[in-house]
Design a binder for this molecule. Structure first.
Ligand code: SF4
Length: 351
């Protein structure tokens, strides 16, 4: 399996003509590349675009990020989910300030040692921002190349990933490429995977620079490749969410300092299902006299490793009191608190 000069040159030409105008592509600085790569890990490009611009406006340098208050950082990250990414960004920024004078290193081996930076992100930062000859192989690259080579290897296996890293590194070793070529080529794979060789549904092969050589296309194997034998099964947590309020205020609790969604604010919730007829009694035990209970629509939130299936109730009480576990805030202040997007179905009713 090897990449050819013609193939790479066709991909580079295609990218330079067709790339989308995305805010992090304007300068390709190490800081901007790093922030965008972390944001894009589990969030759609459209959702990241606006967030990225706002983040850079508020925190334009590694130093600013390293000094950012946790609550402000969570607020800037709100809506993108996977908040541990934001916490690792700050930890990483602090290490970069302490050990690298505020400048991300260009060596992927050093980048990999920093919090929140795995092999793919290290390869992407060093290749895109510095033009280092480093492979950045993610699901996009695996989908494109297994299709191109008509390869049925399981793309969820590390061995497959390593195999394609070697294919790209071998090409780098045997060919002369400018820093700009390496940067563009790394982004070209991402772009081809995002807008042509699509992850869900039919790839748009007519628009692909490799359409005449792609082996899976020629053999009619596109519905079978990429092959993902290892299916991810997520445990389901049943939750009951209570939006507890009185006339002017609403009640929030802060999640524990460690673990899922650490330090974020959320509505009062229990990790089990509560029958309708028990809601009023349960709420009166915690919050005193209940004026009304209204059932809200059920919702679901999927994390990478588990799912929340939520039932929810709006509970209006006589007067909200401090239970010692949470905070009582004015309803209009709800927009100022970082509440995870897992609660989006309920947040949007009250913000
Ligand atoms: S020809 Fe089609 S399947 Fe093959 S790499 Fe291009 S878009 Fe993907």
């Amino acid at each position: 399996m090897e990449l050819t000069k013609e193939q790479i040159s066709a991909l580079l030409g295609w990218y330079r003509e067709n790339k989308r105008d995305l805010p992090w592509r304007k300068n390709n600085t190490p800081y901007e590349t790093w922030i965008s790569e972390i944001m894009l890990q589990q969030t759609r490009v459209e959702a990241v675009k606006e967030r990225f611009v706002l983040f850079l406006k508020e925190l334009p340098t590694v130093q600013d990020l390293s000094n950012c208050e946790d609550d402000r950082l969570m607020k800037l990250w709100e809506g993108m989910g996977y908040y541990s990414r934001a916490r690792n960004l700050k930890k990483c920024a602090q290490e970069v300030v302490a050990n690298y004078e505020g400048k991300l290193p260009d060596d992927p081996a050093l980048l990999r040692k920093l919090p929140g930076i795995g092999p793919y992100t290290a390869g992407a930062i060093s290749a895109i921002a510095y033009g280092t000859k480093a492979a950045a192989v993610d699901g996009n690259v695996l989908r494109i190349l297994t299709r191109y080579f008509d390869d049925y290897s399981d793309i969820n296996k590390d061995a497959t990933k390593r195999q394609y890293e070697a294919v790209i590194e071998t090409y780098y070793k045997e060919n002369t490429l400018s820093k700009e070529d390496i940067s563009d080529l790394t982004q070209a794979f991402m772009e081809l995977g995002a807008i042509v060789c699509l992850p869900n549904g039919e790839p748009l092969c007519d628009r692909c620079p490799w359409k005449d050589q792609c082996k899976a296309k020629r053999e009619g194997h596109l519905s079978e490749i990429p092959n993902k034998k290892t299916k991810i099964e997520r445990p389901v947590v049943l939750k009951t969410v209570f939006v507890v309020m009185d006339e002017t205020s609403v009640y929030l609790t802060k999640r524990p300092h460690k673990g899922l969604l650490a330090d974020m604010y959320e509505f009062y919730a229990v990790d089990h299902s509560v029958p309708d007829e028990e809601v009023k009694g349960l709420m009166e035990e915690v919050f005193g006299t209940v004026r009304s209970v209204r059932k809200l629509p059920s919702s679901k939130h999927i994390f990478s490793h588990l799912e929340w299936h939520m039932d929810a109730y709006e509970v209006t009480v006589e007067s909200l009191r401090d239970t010692g576990e949470g905070i009582v805030i004015l309803k209009e202040e709800l927009k100022d608190y970082a509440v995870p997007s897992a609660y989006q179905a309920y947040l949007k009713l009250y913000r």
